[in-house]
Design a protein around this ligand. Sequence first.
Ligand SMILES: Cc1cc2nc3c(=O)[nH]c(=O)nc-3n(C[C@H](O)[C@H](O)[C@H](O)COP(=O)(O)O)c2cc1C
Ligand code: SF4
Length: 658
Amino acid sequence: MNKYDALAQPYRICNVEIPNRFAVIPMTLGALTYDEEGGFSDNLINYFELRARGGFGLIIPGAAATDYHVDPYSALGPNVNINTHWQERAKLLVDTVHKHGTKIFCQLTMGLGRNYPGLPGPSENPVWRNPDQKSPALTKEQIELKIADMIEGAAVAKACGYDGVEMHAMHWGYLLDQFGMAFYNHREDEYGGSLENRLRVARKLVEGIHERCGDDFPVGMRLGLKTYIKDYDKATLTGEEEVGRTLEEGVEIARLLESYGYDFLDVDTGTYDSFYYACPPMYNPQGFMIPLAAKAKAVVKIPVIAGGRMQDYDLAVKAVENGEIDAIGLGRPSLADPDYPNKVMAGETEKIRPCIGCNMGCFRRCVETGEPVSCAVNPQAARELVMGLKPGEGDKKVVVVGGGIAGMEAARTSALRGYRVTLFEKSDHLGGHVVEAGAHSFKSEIAKLNAWYKRELEDLHVDVRLEHEPCINCIRKQEPDVIILATGTNISQPDIPGLYRAVSSLDAIRHPEQLGNRVIVIGGGLVGCEIALDEANRGKDVTVVEALDDIMAAGGAGAPYPNKQMIVDLFENKGVKVMTSTKLVGINREGALVEKTDGDKELLEADSYVSALGFRPAPNLKEEWKELGKSIYEVGDATGAGTIMKAIWDAYEIANGI
Ligand SMILES: Cc1cc2nc3c(=O)[nH]c(=O)nc-3n(C[C@H](O)[C@H](O)[C@H](O)COP(=O)(O)O)c2cc1C
Ligand code: SF4
């Protein structure tokens, strides 16, 4: 028994006993989910088995298509109703999860509506981020067909052994959500108008499924309690000027859904239009969902699972103890650490590998690039059978140079493979630039990740030598078989007159107290924007100057959409001024002289200037150390400055291949 005991207690959804309060909430995982015939792949089944073994009491995999009559998306994907191979593999998935005492519900989707081009919705609406295209309106007959396919899908799921079903979804602005909201639903028939009319589809679904599958077969709804939108493609950070679903309406919907027969609610917030509430990045605080979920819980007796930045076990356990929620839904944190529940229940929370809310390995790959979903901090996630740890090849000595995140991952992976590892770090601490990256108040999970790596290296008995900058002879004495260079980056200081008057980005993060009240941040990449946000949070007057035509645009495709959307709205909310297509000419006593692309110049006065003009790889040791005649690899920023994901993935791949 420990202070998280309340999370280890069973609860009931309808007649189904769920062994504890940890639920994997649905995540579509992309290409590696299915085999060639559209059934769950071995990789996917193994993925969920790992989460079941890791202690999750309930697993709800990502949305499965049911509609094979109307909606081209559903007809294209593996369909639970018509794909018999899907059904066979689903049975195997269910049996595999059940072996660990975990329950599994099938999330069934009725469609995605205006979130994707070409898909029908309740009414004509501009397609998400494609305002020139319109989603066609469904006819009444088409609605009935879709409802029938969902009911059939539930019967199929029951026959496959699932313990229940969840309706996808009155959340994220998908089809059912569009029916629910007057903003998207302009129908004048019985499916539009009053709230009860807008919920008619949701009502027919639960009534139809209970009639077909029995009242003791649980039916739940994924429900966004508040949408935080002020227009198509426009979020409201504060929740004011809401045009979608207010919290009051969300709570009323919760009450009505229970009265219609729903057996549980799986609640969150946001839509595609307000993605930083739907897939909240690190700037959205942990547990922000709890007060909203508590309002719904106060009006219903059925269990409420709350998801979205619920990784903070201290907040979660209090919310469960106080009866504000029944269970915590973990999407991305279950990617980052499959054993999260077991670690919490054992009181070993320091062993949890934290999700850092970056959205790089998961959201971005799922929604933006279409690559298989994985995780920045756990490169094996959701591709364990493809990218799993390989056994070591004999006895090898690995020397890692550099104790930043890439060096630590290289050392950890090498040690896990059974190799002897020595890690040299020239400073007196591990973490490299991740120490600064984790210093802002909104990035505490990065600090936790750093602490997690340090602990892992200790547990794995990696020989860590701090304040050691090894020379070639020191390395020779180590008699390594393999050398991994993770020497990181130095600050990039271009030749701009007066730039010496600016504080470097790293110093600005380390000593924010040194900056005056009016701050100009030169460079609107991720580092510059986060410094600007931090300074604005301290009440400063902040301007960001960026040479490109957009902020956070550099580095591949730039920042994931929710992260960038949130920074832009936070800037607006806090009065941060942004000057794009503007480059710094120089800094003198009077101020910073900047020049726009049209040649206009302006002198900007400030008390402090921060230079956030990027990083460049530290001097290359690979050439110099060639004469050692050993295998030498470079990882992380040593091959070009990048994200935490690049550092970890690079290091993992190299260390897993030696
Ligand atoms: C890659 C990805 C895929 C998702 N797919 C689904 C889905 O199929 N169905 C669904 O209801 N929610 C889906 N979600 C939303 C998650 O269930 C969850 O609400 C979101 O990740 C926020 O919770 P978290 O902070 O625990 O990750 C998805 C989220 C991600 C990141
Ligand atoms: S990629 Fe980032 S946000 Fe996504 S699960 Fe991993 S750490 Fe969390």
